[in-house]
Ligand binder design. Structure first.
Ligand SMILES: [Zn+2]
Length: 262
């Protein structure tokens, strides 16, 4: 049985490899047991076993948590999983196949024990574009239209190979393959978080009175009215504008266009 089990394990790892899956992210013994020892070995049984024994999260994986802070704001915080915890927050003594929660220590917050169900893979928050023509669209003339990686390279950065877009804010950065890491991507999201924190009073004002954004313009072109300042804010940070104010601003813009066309 021992030798046979070793053989089956090896076979399962090979099979996962053919399916372009990382064997490290699977409980191999579980798959062998469910698919081939207790199961009938059919394609469906194999698929079900593979799905069941996938480890969605592992120690070291970067994840995002959503943290509720004061005044009804929520923040996205990122960090690597340091270890797994029981429902009571204590450590597991032995390796467990299905841990309950993860302990993490994001840079911008205190430590958290978070149920696995509340974790999001950090990569989900980003769109990764690798098509050269898209990555270098509008690239700088002085560099033959090629953007450089903005990672830490000193004076001679290599060309960027990826365009990383933070989905929530739409903010973008270009990296080489080596710099396109969870940590660097989290840095992009952290910048968006800092803008959110710095804009807190503006957001609260627009939340309390969305009509502020449609107020009159100033007569004096050198002195902007409050409404004009809110509209400028909305143009630069559209993702930070509360929904009712964003809707009013959209209508306001359509009215402006209509009266300009009339
Ligand atoms: Zn780089």
């Amino acid at each position: 049985m021992g030798a046979n089990m070793r053989e089956l394990r090896k076979q399962a790892v090979e099979e996962l490899g053919w399916e372009q899956r990382d064997p490290n992210r699977y409980n191999i013994d579980g798959i062998v047991r469910d698919a081939w020892i207790n199961g009938n070995g059919s394609d469906e049984t194999w698929k079900a076993a593979v799905e069941k024994h996938y480890k969605r999260f592992m120690v070291g994986d970067w994840v995002r948590i959503t943290v509720e802070v004061e005044d009804g704001f929520t923040e996205h915080h990122y960090g690597p999983i340091e270890n797994f915890r029981k429902p009571d927050g204590n450590h597991y003594r032995r390796h467990v196949a299905n841990p309950h929660a993860a302990f993490l220590h994001p840079e911008h917050t205190r430590s958290h024990v978070v149920p696995l169900a509340d974790l999001v893979e950090e990569i989900n928050d980003f769109e990764i574009i690798t098509e050269w023509s898209q990555v270098h669209e509008g690239g700088p003339q002085h560099n033959y239209g090629v953007y450089s990686c903005i990672g830490m390279h000193g004076p001679y950065p290599p060309p960027a190979t990826t365009l990383v877009i933070h989905k929530v804010s739409g903010r973008k950065k270009r990296f080489c393959d080596a710099c396109n890491t969870p940590e660097q991507r989290a840095g992009l999201a952290d910048e968006a978080l800092m803008y959110q924190r710095n804009a807190k009073s503006t957001i609260l004002e627009l939340r309390a009175d969305p009509t502020l954004i449609t107020g009159p313009a100033s007569e004096d072109r050198w002195d902007k009215s409050p409404a004009e300042q809110y509209r400028e804010f909305a143009d630069v940070f559209p993702w930070l504008v509360p929904a009712p104010a964003a809707e009013l601003y959209q209508q306001w813009k359509e009215n402006q266009n209509a009266s300009a066309a009339a």
